[in-house]
Design a binder for this molecule. Structure first.
Ligand code: UT7
Length: 328
C-alpha cells in the first residue's frame, strides 16, 4: 500500500520520460561468421538475433548511460538538477569503485542526488525500477533516474561461439517521478543463488591480479528452460497482486535474450506476439539495458499510449528474476 503525502493523498510513481543509446559500431551475424564457426542462419533460428551494437574503443557504461539519461530527461522535460535519485543497473561498471551511478551523476553535472548501482545481471532494470518506486513511495525521492547500461562485449570470449553471438552493448533510461496517480502498479522480485553456476563470469580481482575466468559462460539449454518457467510464474504473480488477467496487458516488454524464450513465455501466458515488444533482433542481449531500450523504442514509435498497461519481465544470472506492471 503506497504511503500518503500531504493532505492524505496516496504517493505513487510513474515514468514520465524514456531515452536510450546504442553505440555506433554494428556487428552482424555475417561479421561473426568470420570470427567463429557459426552462421547467420544458426544465430537467427536459435536466438532471433540479426545484429548487435558494440561499444567503440574507450566507450564505457557511464558514457552510454549519459546519452540515454539526457534523452530521458529531455522527454520528461525536466533538468538534471531536479534528479534526487540515480540508480544504474549494470554488470559491467566502468571501474570497481566508485559506482557507475556516481560517475554518471558527475557527467550530468548533478551535485546532490542519492546514487548507487544495482547488480542483478539481466534482471537489473526491474530490480532498479522497483527500488526507485519504493524510494519515491517512501517519500525519500521525487525524481529518479533509473538506468540500465552494459558493455557486455568486455566480458565476451570471442572464441566461444556459444556466448559471443548472443550479447550486445547499449543503455536505456527512464525518469520515474512522484505522482498522485498510479503508474507502477505492482512488482515482484526473486533470486536463488544456488543456480549461479548456470550463467556466470567467475573472474575476480585479487591482489591486483585477475583470478578465475572473467568471461561469460552459460548452460544455454538449462537457462532457457528455467527462464520460461519462472517468467510465466512471476508474470502471474504481479497480475494476481493487481487483480488483473493477461488480457488486460497491452504490452509485454520482456528481457531481450532470445525470441524463442519470448514466444514460449507468451504462449504459456496465452498472450499474442502482437503484444510483445521485440528488439532482440537488432540489439542482441544487452542484459540490464534490454528492457529500457525496448521500452524507449516502443514509446518513441508510438506503440505505447497513455492509459495502457505495460508489463516488464526479466531473468538473469544469480539467478534473479522479476516483473513490474505499470499503467502508462
Ligand atoms: O540473458 C540471460 C539469459 N540468457 C538466456 O536466456 C539464454 C538462454 N539460452 C538460449 O538462448 C539458447 O539455449 C541458446 C541460443 C544459447 C542456444 O540455443 P539451443 O537451441 O539451446 O542450442 P544448443 O545449446 O542446444 O546447441 C545446439 C547445437 C550444438 O551442437 P551439437 O552438440 O548439437 O552438435 C552446439 O554446439 O548448436 C551448436 N552451437 C552453435 N552452432 C553454430 C552452439 N553455438 C553455436 C553457434 N553457431 N554460435
Amino acid at each position: 500500500m503506497p504511503a500518503k503525502g500531504k493532505g492524505g493523498i496516496l504517493i505513487h510513481s510513474r515514468i514520465v520520460g524514456t531515452g536510450s543509446y546504442l553505440p555506433s559500431r554494428v556487428l552482424t551475424n555475417f561479421d561473426l561468421e568470420k570470427l567463429v564457426d557459426t552462421s547467420h542462419e544458426w544465430i537467427v533460428t536459435r536466438s532471433g538475433i540479426v545484429e548487435r551494437h558494440l561499444a567503440v574503443e574507450g566507450e564505457q557504461a557511464s558514457d552510454m548511460a549519459f546519452h540515454a539519461s539526457q534523452r530521458a530527461l529531455g522527454a520528461a522535460g525536466i533538468g538534471a538538477d531536479e534528479i534526487d535519485l540515480i540508480i544504474v543497473a549494470t554488470t559491467t561498471p566502468d571501474q570497481i569503485l566508485p559506482s557507475t551511478a556516481c560517475i554518471l551523476q558527475d557527467k550530468l553535472g548533478i551535485k546532490k542526488a542519492v546514487a548507487f548501482d544495482v547488480q542483478a545481471v539481466c534482471s537489473g532494470f526491474v530490480y532498479a525500477l522497483n527500488t526507485a518506486d519504493l524510494y519515491i513511495r517512501g517519500g525519500q525521492a521525487s525524481n529518479a533516474l533509473v538506468v540500465g547500461a552494459e558493455v557486455l562485449s568486455h566480458l565476451l570470449n570471442w572464441e566461444d561461439r556459444t556466448t559471443c553471438v548472443l550479447f550486445g552493448d547499449g543503455a536505456g533510461a527512464v525518469v520515474l517521478q512522484r505522482s498522485d496517480v498510479p503508474g507502477i502498479l505492482a512488482a515482484r522480485l526473486h533470486a536463488n543463488g544456488s543456480y549461479r553456476g548456470m550463467l556466470s563470469a567467475e573472474g575476480s580481482i585479487r591482489n591486483g591480479a585477475v583470478f578465475g575466468n572473467p568471461f561469460i559462460r552459460m548452460d544455454g539449454q538449462a537457462v532457457f528452460k528455467f527462464a520460461v518457467k519462472v517468467l510465466s510464474e512471476v508474470v502471474e504473480e504481479v497480475l494476481a497482486e493487481s487483480k488483473m488477467v493477461c488480457n488486460d496487458i497491452d504490452w509485454l516488454i520482456p528481457h531481450q535474450a532470445n525470441i524463442r524464450i519470448m514466444e514460449a513465455t507468451a504462449k504459456k501466458l496465452g498472450l499474442s506476439m502482437d503484444k510483445v515488444v521485440v528488439t532482440v533482433d537488432y540489439h542482441g542481449n544487452t542484459s540490464a539495458a534490454s528492457i529500457p531500450l525496448a521500452l524507449d523504442t516502443a514509446v518513441r514509435d508510438g506503440r505505447i499510449q497513455p492509459g495502457q498497461h505495460v508489463l516488464m519481465e526479466a531473468v538473469g544470472g544469480g539467478f534473479t528474476w522479476g516483473a513490474v506492471l505499470l499503467r502508462w
